[in-house]
Design a protein around this ligand. Structure first.
Ligand code: ADP
Ligand code: MG
Length: 288
């Protein structure tokens, strides 16, 4: 049977906007020794803004942005949302067909009968498209039209306001290691990692690579220690499921992530993890 005060603990957490799906997760939280974070939408706001548009191959900036936004029409990725927000032209879904979203790469779709792809350098490599590296900080979305390089769009994301304090709070609360796993480029990952202060980070990962890192970190833990993963569920649902404690961002996160998670942070604030750990420890002291 579940001791009554566990309900108190779960209720107390829910008043702080932390949804705990069972008393066993409350107990696991109190023993968390490693916290792994996804980057985009978890440690960063996930709301990118377009900072530069560099068309090539005879397109103008508006045309390049419209191609990218149309290719991304059906995607929920934070990058996709920013491209659609930046595009002033009306986006007509009737122009879009045969959409293929490739996790950790980007999207391809047919627009007015032309094959348009928008994504990172890995997507370009996959299609054997050569391009000039841009060298500016930020996330780069390259665009091709019918296999010809059409330019790139630079977008910037910001760490969440409470991300740095959230990491410091976890360390102060006894978490041994904080890790950031991301599919984004090395330079962007390094900048975010040093800004928020995680102990280690790994970049340019595909969803399967994130699971591999999770396995490694699970194998590393001490007996009784728990590993938590915090993500928004976009490209990280498999790793969210594999963790001892899967924590999802509830506001920006996908429905699948909320479903798969053990704990949901309703307001997407990473600082709520340390709060949840405090609630769990208090509850355990009452129970024992
Ligand atoms: P993170 O691990 O930072 O949350 P993701 O795994 O979601 O990032 O994506 C990794 C990278 O894959 C992104 O930084 C981006 O370069 C590329 N990517 C993924 N989805 C899209 C998309 N819909 N449009 C453009 N690029 C994308
Ligand atoms: Mg993500």
């Amino acid at each position: 049977s579940v001791p009554l005060s566990f309900f108190g603990g779960i209720g107390g957490a829910s008043k702080c906007g932390i949804l705990v799906k069972g008393s066993n997760y409350l107990e696991a939280l109190a023993n968390t020794e490693t916290v792994i974070f996804d980057k985009t939408g978890t440690l960063t706001r996930g709301t990118f803004s377009v900072t530069a548009v560099h068309p090539e191959s005879g397109l103008d900036a508006e045309q390049l942005l419209a191609y990218a936004a149309l290719a991304e029409y059906y995607s929920d990725h934070p990058i996709s949302l920013s491209l659609k927000a930046a595009c002033k032209a009306e986006l007509d879904p009737a122009r879009v067909s045969d959409v293929e979203e490739i996790a950790g790469h980007g999207v391809c779709a047919s627009i007015d009968g032309k094959r348009v792809c928008a994504g990172n350098s890995r997507l370009m490599d996959r299609q054997h498209i050569a391009f000039q590296p841009c060298g500016l900080p930020g996330t780069i979305v390259h665009v091709t039209v019918d296999g010809v390089y059409a330019g790139h769009i630079l977008i910037a994301d910001q760490p969440k306001e409470d991300a740095k304090d959230a990491i410091a709070d976890l360390k102060a609360g006894g978490v041994r290691k904080t890790v950031m796993l991301t599919g984004d480029a090395q330079a962007t990952a390094e900048a975010v990692a040093s800004e928020v202060g995680v102990d280690e980070y790994h970049a340019e990962l595909l969803p399967a690579d994130k699971v591999e890192w999770m396995e490694r970190l699970l194998a590393d833990k001490s007996p009784g220690g728990k590993v938590a993963f915090v993500g928004d569920g976009i490209n990280d649902a498999p790793v969210l499921t594999r963790a001892d404690i899967g924590i999802a961002m509830g506001a920006l996160g996908s429905d699948a992530a909320i479903e798969a998670a053990d704990i949901v942070l309703m307001d997407d604030k990473p600082s709520k993890i340390a709060t949840a750990m405090r609630v769990s420890r208090k509850t355990l002291r009452i129970v024992k």
